[in-house]
Design a protein around this ligand. Structure first.
Ligand SMILES: Cc1ncc(COP(=O)(O)O)c(C=O)c1O
Length: 433
C-alpha cells in the first residue's frame, strides 16, 4: 500500500521511475544502528551509509538526545540579522579543525549548494580584488560536485551531465590522477605528478580567466570511487598558488574521517582556499552544508558597499537543529577518538576483504580509509542493478555505480556485521554467471 502511494505521489531521486515496475521500492519502517527494517520484519545492512551520510548508525542515542534538547530551545531562526549558539560553536569548531586556517564558515543545506557557494565566492573574490576576468573554473575528469546547474558545470559524469549540457557553463577539465590509469610500472605517486603536469599546462594557458580549481580530495566518489595519491593535491596547491587560482576542496563525501584523516586534504599537508562540507557533517541526520574559507578571502567582501558583500542566502542557512546534530557528531569524534578507532576498524576490514580482493571476477580492489571498492568483471551492462538486487535478497544495501561495487559503512559497523557484509558480497560475486 505504501509502495503504491509512494509511486503515485513521490518522484524519487536519481531514478528512472519506470524501473520500479520490476524493482520494488523498499519501505523503511525504522532503522537502528547499521540496519534498516521494513514493515514485514525484513532488514537490510546499510553498507553505503544511506548515500554516504551516516557515520554513527541510525537512531544514535547521543545525537537523538542532543536534538531533543535543542528542540525544546530553538528549532530555527533566520541567520541574516540573527545568530545562535549552535551555529557559532559549530563555526568555531570547524575552523579549529582546519588549524584556524579557514576562519569563516557559510552555511547551506546540501552539498550542491555548497559547491555553488564556493564557486560564486571565488569568482566574487576575484571581482572584488579587481580581477573580473577570472570567471572560469576547472575540475578533474570524472569529477562530481552536485546536480544544480553551476555544480553540474564542474561535474564530469556523462550520465548526469549530458542531457543538461546546453544549460551548463563552459568549464575546463584536466586529467584525473585516478591511480588505475597509471601506465604499467608507473607508481601512483609518479602518475599523480604526471597529471599535475597536465594541470600546470592548463593553468599556464588559462590562469587569467580561471578563478578556481575544484577537486574531490583523494577519492572521486560518484564517478566510481577513483582513488589517487596525495601527491596530486600537494602539487595542485603549489600550482594554484603560483598561478593565483583558488583551490576548492569538495570534501562533501571525503570529510569527517571517511578517508582516514578528519579531512582528506590533511594527507597532503595542504590547506585549500575553500572547503565544502556536507553529508557526514550531521552524522547523517539533517541536511546541512558549509563552506569554510580564509579570513583574507572573507576580508575582500568586508566593505561599506553592499554589492561587495556575499549576498547569497538560503532560507534554512545555519538551521539550529542541524547545527546541533553537527555538534553532537563532533562530540562523538572527540570522546570516542573516532579517527584512531577507525584505523583499527579499517585494518580489520582489510583482512576480511582479502578473499574478495583475490576473487577471479574482481578487478582493481582498492581502499582509502573507510571506503572499499572494486569492479566486477562482466559483459552485462546491467551488472550493477543485478548486484543491487542480489544484495537485497541477502539483507545488504549495496548500490553499485555501474560495475563498481563499494562499501562505505557507518563507522559503528561491528566485526560481525563487517564479516556478514564481506561473506555475503563474496556469495553474490560467486553467484554471477
Ligand atoms: C563530492 C560531492 N560533491 C557534491 C555532492 C552533492 O551533494 P548533495 O547530494 O548533498 O547535493 C556529492 C554527493 O554525492 C558529492 O559526493
Amino acid at each position: 500500500m505504501l509502495l503504491k502511494r509512494s509511486l503515485a505521489a513521490v518522484w524519487h531521486p536519481c531514478t528512472q521511475m519506470k524501473q520500479h515496475e520490476t524493482l520494488p521500492l523498499i519501505p523503511v519502517a525504522y532503522a537502528q544502528g547499521c540496519w534498516l527494517y521494513d514493515f514485514d520484519g525484513r532488514r537490510y545492512l546499510d553498507a553505503v551509509s544511506s548515500w554516504w551520510v551516516n557515520l554513527f548508525g541510525h537512531a544514535n542515542a547521543r545525537i537523538n538526545a542532543a536534538l531533543v534538547e535543542q528542540l525544546s530551545r530553538l528549532e530555527h531562526v533566520m541567520l541574516a540579522g540573527f545568530t545562535h549558539e549552535p551555529v557559532v560553536e559549530l563555526s568555531e569548531r570547524l575552523s579549529r579543525l582546519t588549524g584556524g586556517a579557514l576562519g569563516h564558515c557559510f552555511y547551506a543545506s546540501d552539498g550542491a549548494s555548497a559547491t555553488e557557494i564556493a564557486l560564486k565566492m571565488s569568482f566574487h573574490y576575484w571581482r572584488n580584488a579587481g580581477r573580473p576576468a577570472k570567471t572560469q573554473f576547472v575540475s578533474l575528469a570524472g569529477s562530481y560536485h552536485g546536480e544544480t546547474i553551476g555544480a553540474l558545470s564542474v561535474t564530469d559524469v556523462p550520465l548526469f551531465r549530458d542531457t543538461y549540457a546546453p544549460l551548463l557553463r563552459k568549464s575546463g577539465r584536466v586529467p584525473s590522477p585516478d591511480s588505475r590509469l597509471a601506465a604499467p610500472g608507473e607508481s601512483a605517486w609518479d602518475f599523480a605528478g604526471r597529471c599535475a603536469d597536465g594541470l600546470e599546462g592548463y593553468l599556464e594557458a588559462h590562469h587569467h580567466q580561471t578563478a578556481a580549481l575544484i577537486v574531490e580530495p583523494l577519492v572521486q566518489g560518484a564517478t566510481g570511487m577513483s582513488m589517487y595519491d596525495a601527491e596530486y593535491l600537494r602539487r595542485a596547491r603549489e600550482i594554484c598558488d603560483r598561478f593565483e587560482v583558488h583551490l576548492i576542496a569538495d570534501e562533501i563525501m571525503t570529510g569527517f574521517g571517511r578517508t582516514g584523516t578528519f579531512f582528506a586534504h590533511e594527507q597532503a599537508e595542504i590547506t585549500p582556499d575553500f572547503l565544502c562540507l556536507s553529508k557526514g557533517i550531521t552524522g547523517g541526520y539533517l541536511p546541512l552544508s558549509a563552506v569554510l574559507t580564509r579570513d583574507s578571502i572573507y576580508g575582500a567582501f568586508y566593505d561599506d558597499a553592499l554589492a561587495r558583500g556575499f549576498l547569497h542566502s538560503h532560507s534554512y542557512t545555519g538551521n539550529a537543529l542541524a547545527c546541533r546534530a553537527a555538534l553532537a557528531t563532533l562530540d562523538i569524534f572527540e570522546t570516542d577518538h573516532v579517527i584512531d578507532a577507525n584505523r583499527a576498524r579499517a585494518a580489520a576490514m582489510n583482512v576480511r576483504v582479502e578473499a574478495l580482493a583475490r576473487h577471479p571476477r574482481v578487478r582493481d580492489f582498492r581502499s582509502t580509509g573507510m571506503i572499499w571498492a572494486f569492479e566486477v568483471e562482466s559483459d552485462d551492462p546491467a551488472i550493477g542493478r543485478r548486484i543491487h538486487e542480489a544484495a537485497l535478497e541477502r539483507e545488504l544495501l549495496l548500490r553499485p555505480i555501474g560495475a563498481t561495487v563499494y562499501f562505505m559503512p557507518p563507522y559503528t559497523m561491528t566485526d560481525e556485521e563487517q564479516a556478514l557484509l564481506v561473506r555475503r558480497t563474496l556469495e553474490i560475486v560467486e553467484s554471477l554467471g
